[in-house]
Ligand binder design. Structure first.
Ligand SMILES: *Cc1c(COP(=O)(O)O)cnc(C)c1O
Length: 359
């Protein structure tokens, strides 16, 4: 077996220990006589799995009791519609467009009401996070939507934006569980699980209870948070296996010190890369220093052909998926929780070597 260092933005690396446990339990989970993939989602044995997964997620994220956790399907992209359909009571919502995904969320919301872009960083190819102050938010807006970590451009909100007493909704697909967050500052947090928590197929929503039950009447049942909450994410068949793996990942994170420890390790990993980039004569980080992402590190050489050569040689050396998003080019190293320190150290060593050989 030769596992590579996989810098994919998502689906992405999972902790090796998690994969090993899943492998051990693949054919028979506990004494159930079957794989988790084969179980009824209504069986007692699966019920214990989903309950334990939720309990560990709550512990890991320190989620207060007045928030529901939903395990859904459809990816974060489905939430771009679910959020306005559930939360637009007066029909107005304010959006911060700081990257491609927040742009898509904004566009989707416009279908359902008066969505307004209150700040954007499009003028500089989304290389920074625009400043948000409470006076920018419309008084009668139902919520403010942000994308907390911009996966494609490698920027992150340096702190929770101040939107006054407005409900803050955050797409945290690419940073959830990478560091502690104060959940009480948010009305809704959602995330596709395939970046930092599980294989694709699972979307996690954390929602304050009082925000449910106000959905538009014509909302598809499957998108109604209240329906999903009232049925403990079992209105229909949930993504059973992805939830099980998420449970293993949460256990792994707790055993490894929880989110404080994840943050410390993630900062170290990101600093190794950014320090190298800041001192390099060949490579250059593209994100504004004040809002660099710890999870997605974007960089360029300034020469598209050289970028290509780098990605090719890196892949041959066992550092795969370093190509930047197809819309921006360059390189991107996604270094989520599961990327070991050694992976980043080895990458930097390889980059130094490449720099020497391509002067
Ligand atoms: C990947 C990603 C999405 C899209 O997620 P899907 O699960 O593919 O719909 C949305 N927002 C952010 C921030 C992402 O990183």
């Amino acid at each position: 077996m030769s596992r590579v260092y996989n810098f994919s933005a998502g689906p992405s690396m999972l902790p090796l220990e998690v994969l090993e446990t899943a492998q051990k339990e693949m054919l028979e989970y506990g004494e159930s006589g079957m794989s988790v993939m084969e179980m009824s989602h209504r069986s007692p044995v699966y019920d214990a799995i989903i309950k334990e997964t939720e309990a560990n997620f709550r512990k890991l994220m320190n989620i207060p009791d007045n928030y529901k956790v939903l395990f859904l399907q459809g990816g974060a992209s489905t939430q771009f519609a679910a959020v306005p359909l559930n939360l637009m009571k007066t029909g107005k919502a304010d959006y911060v467009v700081s990257g491609q995904f927040s742009g898509k969320a904004f566009k989707e919301a416009k279908k359902y009401g008066d969505a307004k872009c209150i700040a954007t960083s499009e003028d500089k190819t989304f290389s920074y996070i625009p400043e948000i102050t409470p006076d920018m938010v419309r008084e009668d807006a139902d919520y403010v939507h942000v994308c907390y970590n911009n996966t494609i451009f490698g920027t992150k909100f340096p702190e929770v934006p101040n939107v006054g007493d407005k409900v803050l909704v955050a797409d945290m697909s690419s940073c959830i569980t990478s560091e502690p967050v104060d959940v009480t500052k948010f009305g809704v947090i959602y995330a596709g699980a395939q970046k930092n928590m599980a294989p694709a197929g699972l979307t996690v929503v954390i929602i304050r209870e009082d925000l449910m039950g106000n959905a538009r009447e014509d909302i598809p049942t499957m998108l109604d948070y209240k329906t999903m909450a009232d049925n403990d994410s079992m209105y229909n068949t949930p993504p059973c296996y992805a939830i099980y793996i998420a449970g293993l990942v949460y256990k792994w994170a707790l055993q490894n010190g929880g989110l404080e420890a994840m943050k410390e390790r993630n900062e170290k990993k990101a600093n190794i890369l950014y320090d190298f980039l800041d001192n390099s004569t060949l490579f250059k980080a593209t994100a504004d220093k004040k809002c660099r992402s710890m999870m997605n590190v974007c960089f360029v050489t300034g020469d598209a052909d050289l970028d290509k050569k780098f990605c090719k040689e890196a892949a041959e050396a066992g550092f795969v998926n370093l190509k930047g998003h197809r819309s921006v080019g360059g390189m991107r190293a996604s270094i989520y929780n599961a990327m070991p320190m050694e992976g980043v150290e080895a990458l930097v060593k390889f980059m130094a070597e490449f720099e020497k050989n391509n002067k």
